[in-house]
Each structure stands twice: as C-alpha cells, then as structure tokens.
Write a protein that binds this ligand. Sequence first.
Ligand code: AGP
Length: 615
Amino acid sequence: MCGIVAYIGPRDATPIILDGLQRLEYRGYDSAGVAVLREGTIRVRRDVGKLSNLRNLVQNDPISGPIGIGHTRWATHGVPVERNAHPHVSMDGEFVVVHNGIVENYLELREELMAEGITFKSDTDTEVIVQLIERFAKNGAQNNLAEATRAAVQMLRGAHAIVVMSQHNPDELVVVRIGNAGGVAIGLGEGENFIASDIPAILEHTRRMVFLESRQIATVSANGYHVQTLDGQPVATEIHTIAWDPVSAAKGEFKHFMQKEIFEQARSLTDTIRGRVDFERGSALLPDLHLSAEAARALTRLVTVACGTSYYSGLVGKFFIEHMARLSVEVDYGSEYRYRDPILDEHSAVLAITQSGETVDTLAAMEEAREKKALLWSIVNTVGSQAMRISDGYITMNAGPEIGVASTKAFTASIVDQYLLALHLGELRGTLTPAQCRTYAADLGRLPDLVGRTLEIEGRIKNLAGLLYHYTNFLFLGRGINYPIALEGALKLKEISYIHAEGYPAGEMKHGPIALIDENLPVLCIALKDSVYDKMLSQIEQAKARGGIVIAVATEGDTVIATKADHVIYVPPTPSLLSPITAVIPLQMLAYHIAIRRGADVDQPRNLAKSVTVE
Ligand code: AGP
C-alpha cells in the first residue's frame, strides 16, 4: 500500500515529488524518501515517520535534479527505520528503485546475490530488485535500463509496481507493473512526464494519463513513453482524461479529509446519480455495463465480492437487487471467495465493489470469476483502476477522490450504484412495473436532500462523542437492511479511534452476546420507523434492562423511542431501501468525533492504508 511518485522533465524533480507524496501519504506513512539524478550522480534523502520529517531533511540538506523518484512506505518487510526506507540504491550506487508490493522469494534471491559478493544495506525485500538490476546491467544490459529491469523482474515472485532510475540513463525512467500491487499511472505533461501509484499525486500537473496493466514495462522520457509487455511485445495504450479537479482532492476548510468527505455526501451522491436516471421512465442509465435485456433475463445468480466497508455495501445491495430484480445475491469477502473454488457458470454474474479498484483480495476474486466464465462487473471510484479495466462492465461511483483512509462517501456512493443496478436489472428482467420503476427512481431523486438534512446533526453528534469517547467497548445493533450499517458503524469506530466495537444482528443478541451488556457497554441501535421497528424497540428494552447505555438512531418525529433510549439521534424519514444511507451518516460522524476526542490520527490511522494491495 505504498505511494510512488516520479518525474522527468525540465523542472526540479524534488518539490514535485514531495508534493505528490504528500497527496499519497494516506497510502502508507511509516517512512518516505526521494532520489534525484544530476550530472551522473544519484542523491537520496530518506526518513522514518511522516512526510514532514523528509521535507525537513531535504530543507536542511537539499537535493535537486531534473529526474527523480519518491516513495512513502507502509512497511511489509523490515521495520520502519531509515535504512529500510525507499528509495533503495544498488551496491555500486548506479541504480535506484522504489517499489510497491512484496517479493515473495526475496530470501532465496538475497542469498544468491550475497553468494556473488553483493552486500545489502537494508532488511527489505525491495533491495533485491535493485541489486538484480545492477547485476544484469553489468552482465551485458549495461546501457539498456529496460532490458536490465526486465531481466531482473522476471526472477521475482509476487505482485509489484517498480520505478527504476540509473546514473547511466539520465533521460529515462523505467516502470514495471506485475500483478495487483497497486496501480501505475503515467501522467503526460508538456515536455515533462510523471509516474504515480495514484492519480491525486500528479493531478495538478496533468489530467492525461496512461495506466499500466499487469506484466507491462514502460520507458518514460521527458517527451514521450513507450509500453511493452514483459515478453517484449509493443502495447497500444489508451490515454485517459481524468475529470477530477485537484481542489476537490484538497481538504478545503475541513480539519480532516474524513470530515470533508462525510460532508461532501450530498454533493457526491448528486454526482453519483446525475445523468443515470430517466425520472420520466423510471429507468437507470448504465451504458458502461453493456447489459442487454436478454443477458439480464438469463442471469440466475449474482455474487458480490468486496472487502471491508465495500463488503458491507454489498450486504446492503443484496436487499435492493433481490427485491427489485428477483435475482439471488450472495455476498462474500474477496479474501475468502478467492479460495472457495466457487460454483459459477455463464448464467452467473460477479460484482466487485472496490473504491480503489486495486484491493488485491478483491482483484483475486475477480480473476477467479473470470476463469469460471462468469459475467464480471465492478463498482469503482478510481477511474482507470485495475478492477475497472478487467471488468466486462462497470459502474463508477463518481464520488471524487476519497483520501481519508476510513471510507465514507465512497461507501454511500457504492450503495447508490447498486440501487441503480437493481433498478436497471428490474426493468430489463421485467420484475418491476413501469410505475414501480418510477417510484424507485423518484425515491432516489430525493436522497441528496435527505442526506443534506442529515448532515445538519453534527453538533448533536459532537456532544454525544464527548459523553462516549472514554468507553473501551461498543456494540452496534441493526436488523434487516440496516444490519450491514451496524457492521459499518462498528468498523468506522474501530479503524479510526482504536476502540473495540462489534456490529451484530439485533435478533442474535439473545443467543449469547447479550451477556456482554452492562453499564460499561454503550449499545448503538439503528431503530428507524420501518418493518422491524417494534423488534428493535424490544431490543432496546432488553439492553436497558441489563444496564446497557443505549444510543438509538431513530426517525424524526418518533417520540416513543426517546422514552426508551438514553440518547437519540434523529434522521429524516427516508424510503426504507435508502434508509441505510441516512442511518450511516451519524455513525460516520460519531466515529470521527470520538476519534478526535481521543487524539487519534483520523486521516492516517495506525497500521492502515487506503488501498490494501498486499495479501
Ligand atoms: C474502510 O473504511 C476501510 N478503509 C477498508 O475496510 C476498505 O473499505 C477496504 O480496504 C476495501 O477497500 P476498496 O473499497 O478500495 O477495495
């Protein structure tokens, strides 16, 4: 989950790389480093901890040059100390690399290289890459950086994104992608070019980008680039124009990206819906799915695969698709599905939900689906991501860049995308009447306004956080379509405040977990005025009878619940299928404000990264 930025052109690479890494710091932040080449000499600056440490180092001991590579690290092999920070330099100082991924066979390669007299300076797997490149260069590929790199990476096992710079080749960088260790974007400027693991790092410089696929290698100069397969076949590349604007990737007046992204949800959901609903007909317009009515009717099952928050989104979508399209939906973790030897056929569809489009477990599940000839769809936020590119059809979230590690606006956008998919399938399969389609479409049209009203409760949530932040365990209960929201609320709290929290189906409490409830356990119940309201009321009474502290997410106007729960958070009345979206917003805010109270690093929680590209 590391971040990579590189530059080649007439300007000084150092500030461009540092600013780019700043925008990638959410990807991992154990250490960071930059290397530049000037007049045949490679100079490196590296430091542990946040990027600010590296900036201070470079300020005190500057380096500059028209070509350079940089990296921000989420440690996989080797503790986060300076010697393990990237970039890594070859033994004779002639080559330097930055790397995202894991060299699964690095120990045997390290021993082989050491037996040849090569000395290592770090504990990392990455260092074997640069030593191999130097070895192949000296054994014949001297001035062909791409050839030396190609020979070296053919020896690696695992998934990789690698950028290489050499003192022998001051006019080019080489970049390789193998497997799904995070994306590789080549940004095309005017007389200068960029390489990055994520679009936001270079978006201020160019919107024109080319994305490498697995097992492709590119040579990038200031005025051009060319891409080949690792077998040497030329590759025709597509230039994407990125619609995101750099400002939307900045914090603006908010203290954290997570807070900004929570508050963006009225607008981001408007963007998700825009242009995709014909409200007259009640049709969802999803041209990138390339789905005919015949193919839709032939489907017998849908499997949704995803990880983390995206998995919880899939659990919500199951309700939409089964209800509207009468299509059986199974939802599974990407990390589990890939090992299940799943039963799929040409009448099956597999839907991957992934904000980054680069989550390696989800991508592996997609590969499994593709091998079994299932129709492969994805819901992604990152345009040009691997998941999007390998799908037969896709639906973009259009939520704009999501920088906070804790997913918020992408979560709600992916739920709306599944609602659109369900409406589309329902219409194509004839399981919805035109009147029903129009009703569901009209409900969706009201959502941004309902979300906007829900966002007004932040003051109430902030006060509540002040009463709850010292507790060390939480229970989140939901039922039906809001059971996944209980799971998501618990995950939000866990991942940014480090408080242990568990989401649970409310109906299951009496089968054991109710033993947990006492005066030290806040129980957060999602108890909206819906078909399971009465059951949730009795759940609240059961929790109160055991001394639990009950916080209810309830529907505006519900006065009964105020007589049962200790605290009530009201959200606007919302059509039941869309109620997960207004119900999750207070939970996002509660996790955020509790984390703030606890002094946690909200945008860069410990041990986490925004895109999980390691297994
Ligand atoms: C969400 O808050 C977490 N950061 C994490 O669970 C995330 O949802 C998961 O890693 C999946 O990421 P993706 O949507 O980019 O595949």
